[in-house]
Design a protein around this ligand. Structure first.
Ligand code: HMG
Ligand code: MG
Length: 297
């Protein structure tokens, strides 16, 4: 039995733009975010309060959020540590996402911390956010495979997710950072989370389309009972600290499938495609999304 409604958590302005070489102005990013909201996306992850040297593409996070204070309620941001939270709080941010790694190597490469140390970094962030009524989502990266470590055991992924929930995260987003997972693995991972007391309602899926598996994986998760999916307008995306990570599941491709299944998203596909085409013009290359290509004459 498929759900009647799915929540799309749009990550284009963050996961999409963090990996682009073309420098965009804060004004263009703000327009991108406004157009995504206008296209009916209910939540748009807007930027990252990470170290500006680590992700120079999003170094203008404060400038972007300052122009969007009226929309703070629907614009979560990435925050890795206490310094990031301080910066976000100054801008009136209401929702944050911490991002943990299921593997030792990616924790070190992405966060400059060991796997264990990442929790010590997040703990005061989650506590301080709760004190301020700020909600916390937590990502788990490398849920199916890691470029340096290969396959990642399900138990290891579940243990990391469990620790993030125990810290106080209200939703876990399970990331296939390098897009290697296949549908049977998705089902097995969700079963394992459910068995540890984390129901599908507490979980979101975050697919990258590197190996062309994202939509098949999303369908497996949908059949399992997942109703929140991360996606990126036009299929932009990747992680600068994960070699071989390419674009996210394209929001348009996901919307096409969901609407075809009679599942509501609230998204106006034409408005979304128009937004991705406009962004492709800004970036000087066509959007990776198949649906954007198909609807572009
Ligand atoms: P570090 O070098 O260990 O930082 O980096 P530190 O704690 O040692 O601090 C060093 C200096 O940086 C200090 O300044 C801090 O104040 C400053 P100093 O006292 O020396 O002058 N600093 C900051 N400045 C501004 N904002 C901050 C901040 N933090 C420290 N937030 C750190 C640790 C976590 C900061 C660094 O590793 C980092 O920024 N990493 C971010 C990497 C990233 O953004 N990756 C992409 C997102 S993850 C992803 O894409 C995966 C996902 O999509 C899911 C999936 O696909 O799986 C989410
Ligand atoms: Mg990602």
């Amino acid at each position: 039995e498929l759900p009647t409604h799915v929540t799309i958590y749009e990550v284009g302005p963050r996961d999409g733009l963090q990996n682009e070489d073309v420098a965009l102005t804060a004004e263009i990013k703000v327009e991108f975010i406004r157009r995504l909201l206008a296209a009916g996306l209910p939540i748009v992850e807007a930027t990252s309060f990470v170290h500006p040297r680590w992700v120079p593409q999003l170094a203008d996070a404060a400038e972007v959020m300052a122009q969007l204070s009226a929309e703070a309620e629907v614009l979560p941001v990435l925050v890795p540590n206490e310094r990031g939270l301080e910066r976000a709080v100054e801008l009136g941010v209401r929702h944050i996402a911490v991002f943990g790694s299921a593997t030792e190597t990616f924790a070190r490469r992405n966060l400059n911390r060991s796997l264990d140390e990442q929790f010590a970094m997040f703990e005061p962030v989650v506590t301080a956010a709760a004190d301020r009524g700020i909600s916390v989502r937590a990502y788990v990266s490398m849920c199916f495979g890691d470029p340096w470590e290969g396959g990642v055991p399900v138990e290891q992924v579940v243990a990391v997710g469990r620790r993030l929930v125990d810290l106080g995260a209200s939703q876990l987003s399970l990331g296939d950072t390098i897009g290697v997972g296949t549908p049977g693995q998705v089902t097995a991972l969700l079963d394992a989370f459910n068995a540890q007391g984390l129901p599908d309602s507490a979980l979101a899926m975050h697919f990258h389309d590197t190996y062309g598996q994202a939509l098949a994986n999303a369908y497996a998760a949908l059949q399992h009972g997942i109703t929140t999916f991360d996606a990126s307008a036009g299929g932009l995306g990747g992680c600068p600290y994960a070699e071989s990570a390419t674009g996210n599941l394209a929001t348009e491709d996901l919307v096409w499938m969901l609407h075809g299944l009679g599942i509501e998203t609230g998204v106006d596909l034409d408005a979304l495609v128009g937004t991705s085409r406009w962004m492709a013009g800004q970036l000087g290359r066509p959007a990776p999304s198949r649906v954007v290509a198909a609807l572009t004459k």
